[in-house]
Design a protein. Sequence first.
Length: 466
Amino acid sequence: MVRPATFRGAADALTDATLYGPFDGQVLDVTTNEPIQGATVVAVWSYDQGDGFIGPAGSHTESSETDAAGRYRIGRPRRHPSGERLRLVSFRLFVYKRGYAAYRSDTQRDGAPRTDFVARHNQVDLHKWESADSHADHLLYLAPPRELASLTQWERNRANAELYRRAGGQAELPEAARPGAARPSRDAVARSVQPENLDASELLTPAEIVLRTGQPVDFDVGTLTDLPRSPSYHGVHLRAVDHDESFDVSVRAWRDPPDGFDSVVATFNATLPGVALSDDVTNETWVADLETVRAVAFVDRPRRVAVLITCGLAQCVDISTTLILAKLAHDNLVRIGVDSDGDAAPVREPGPEDAVDQADPRDPAVPAGGEPTDSDGPSAAHHEAATGTAPAPDPAPAANDPTASTSGEPPSPGTPDPTASAAGDTPSPPGSSATPPSDTPAPPSDTEPATPSPPSTTRPSEPEPR
C-alpha cells in the first residue's frame, strides 16, 4: 500500500506523481545559475505498519551525485510494501554540497513547508554559505540521514562552539579545566581531546570501482597495516571477495602531514623509481605500470592532500583505468574534509569547545552535519587561560613504508630487491619522524637509504610480533 504523494509530478506538465518515483532534476548555484557538480543527493523512503496500533517500519535510502551538468537521477526503491499492513508513507530528498546551505524537499530553512518540489525535472537552488549563517541551526534543519553523516561529521565541533558562545562561555567545564584546578599535564590534555583520525574509505567506494573497472566483484573494506592510522594518514584496503589479490585495490591518503609533503614526494619517488612527473591528475602526478600492480599517485599542495592508488592487474586492465580511479578520488576529496577551493580541514588543536563537548552531556545535542565557516570557536588563548596549558602537538606515526603492498603486508626485513614484490628497508614515510624537529641540522649519514621495491598485491598476513 502506498500513500498519495504530497508533491507534483512536474512543474510544467500533467505528470502523475507517486512516492515510488523515479526522481530527477538539476542542482544550480542560485547566485550564478551555474550547475553544481559533485553535490550528494540522498532519497529516503519511510514505511509504517499495523492496523489500529500503527508504528514505524523502517526506511530505505538511495544516494547519487550530480554530474558535470548538475543533474541527478534517483530510481525506484528496491523495497516494495507487501500485504495490507506495510505502507510506504513518505518520501524526502536531501541535497548537500560543502560550501552551500543544504536542501530538503519537504521543508525550507525557515521552517515553512516547501511547495516547489516536483518528482521530474526538479530544480534545486543552493545558496552559498555566508559567514553569518549558523552551523547549529543548519544541522538542526538538515537532520542528515546516515549517508550524509561522514560528509557532515567535520562540522560538529563548530556547531558546539557556537552553542558554547551562545551560553556566554559559561557552559560547565570538566574538573581539570576549571579555574583553580591543578594543572593537567600536557599529555593528559592531548589524551582528553585527541583529534579524529582521517577516514579515506569514502575516496573510492566499492560501487564506484565496479562501475569504472567493469569487474563485477564484491569488496571487503579494511585498513592497511603498513602505517598506523592517524589524523593525517589512512590506508584503505579493498579486498576482492572470492578472487585473488590481482583484483584488489588500495587507497592511501595523507592530509596535512606534520612533516609536510617533501617526505611524501620522497616516498613516491623511491617507491616508483624512474617515473617522470605528469599533469594527469595534478601538476605533481606519478603514473606507473608495474609488473604486479598499476599505480597512480598525486600531490595537491593547495588543498594539502596526497593520494596513492594501487590496483591489481586483473581489476585495472590498463593504466588508463587506474587513472580514471585516481581522478575520481581527486574529485571526491571533499568527502575527507577538503574544500574544492583549497581550504583543507586542518588537524585542530584542543579548544574549549572540545572540553564542553566531552564534559557536559546535558549540553544540547547537535546532529552530525552542516556547512562551512572559518570561525572555529574560542581561541587557543582562551583554552590556555582555562586549562593552564598550551595545546599539545599532533602525535607522529611510526615509520614504515606506506606503499609496500596493496594489501598492507608489513615490509620484509633484510636488503631489498628492486624487482621483488615487497619492499625492505625504506625511507621514512610521510608524516613520520623518529626524532622531534630541531633547529640544529642533523649530521649527514654514512649509510645511503635503500630503494624500496614497487607496490605489491600480496594478500595480508598476520603481522609478526614486534
